[in-house]
Each structure stands twice: as C-alpha cells, then as structure tokens.
Design a protein around this ligand. Structure first.
Ligand code: UDP
Length: 160
C-alpha cells in the first residue's frame, strides 16, 4: 500500500478526507484546509465530485444494514463533495483526531477545537469524513483515485 519512508526513517501514511456537502456548501473549505496545513498534512490529491446513490451506497456499504443508511445516502448525494488524499506520518489516526467524534453535537462539548465541532451540525451532518483504518484508507483512496504510486509528488492536484 502507498507508504514510503521519510528522511527520519518513520513511515508516512495516506488517508482519505472528504468535505461533505454541508461543509462544501457552507464555505468551510478554506478553514478546513487551514487546519489540514496547520496539522502538518500534505495534500496529495483532491477532486470535487457529485456522488450518485449507487456510488455513495458502495462507499458506505459497511453501513447498508443500519437504520440511518438511507438518510446518510440522501445527505451524501445532496450536493458535491471535496475528496482529498492526505499524507503525513500517522495520517489515519491523526486525521481522526483532528476531525473529532462522529456526533458534531457532542464534539462541540468534548472536542471544541475539532473540525466537526467547528462546522458539523449533528450526528449525521458532521461535515467531514476520515478513514477509520489503514485498510479503509487504502480502499477509499482507490475508490476515488485508483492506485497512487508511492513516489508521487506532493501537491499534484486532480481536476482543481
Ligand atoms: N451516521 C449517521 N448516524 C449514525 C452514525 C453515523 O448518520 O448514527 C453518519 C455520519 O455522517 C457518519 C457516517 O454515517 O460520519 C459514517 O458513520 P461512522 O460510524 O463510520 O462514523 P465516522 O467514521 O464517519 O465518524
């Protein structure tokens, strides 16, 4: 999987971030990108896309039996999303920390400096996505971008 060694010998990771429709339409992109940069991530790829029902359902297949699934698909297809590949050492866990807990209402109380506290609305409309494991990150990055070679230049953008 796309990992590479940085100069100090530690392993860089890639993870997938998505600015969901409420985040994108609410003009939070710049503030979220400032957090991304301040937290030491490199943006390897980014693309704006409009998910349709089929693509959103495939992306969230693990939740297909959950009661919130149809509402989640409606939300994720309600407008365009900004999909970003982030890279840094420990990117997967660190991005999850930066975005905060799933429920934006709780995030505002327990993690007031998190992105979901900043721009999320509730348990569903939480404005950003982050891969929950290295394995998920690999699947999700491939889902949107295909294979990304490990030596690819940081800063290459897609469709933007
Ligand atoms: N979600 C929801 N209701 C729930 C749990 C999750 O609407 O009870 C939505 C929410 O947008 C969340 C996404 O489904 O981000 C995926 O859920 P997951 O449990 O994987 O949370 P995440 O990993 O995004 O924090």
């Amino acid at each position: 999987f796309p990992v590479r060694s940085s100069s100090d010998g530690s392993t860089e990771e890639k993870t997938l971030a998505i600015i969901k429709p409420d985040g994108l339409l609410g003009n939070y992109t710049e503030r979220i990108k400032n957090v991304i940069m301040d937290s030491g991530f490199s943006i390897l790829r980014e693309t704006i896309t409009q998910l349709d029902e089929e693509r959103a359902s495939t992306f969230y297949a693990e939740h297909s039996s959950k009661s919130f699934f149809s509402s989640l698909i409606k939300y994720m297809t309600s407008g365009p999303v900004l999909v970003i590949v982030l890279q840094k050492k420990n990117a997967v866990a660190d991005w999850r920390t930066v975005i905060g807990p799933t429920d934006a209402v709780k995030a505002k109380v327990t993690h007031p400096n998190s992105i979901r506290a900043m721009c999320g609305l509730d348990l569903e409309k939480n404005c950003v996505h982050g891969s929950d494991s290295l394995q998920s990150a690999q699947r999700e990055i491939s889902f949107f971008f295909g294979e990304i070679s490990s030596g690819e230049l940081v800063g290459m953008h897609d469709e933007l």
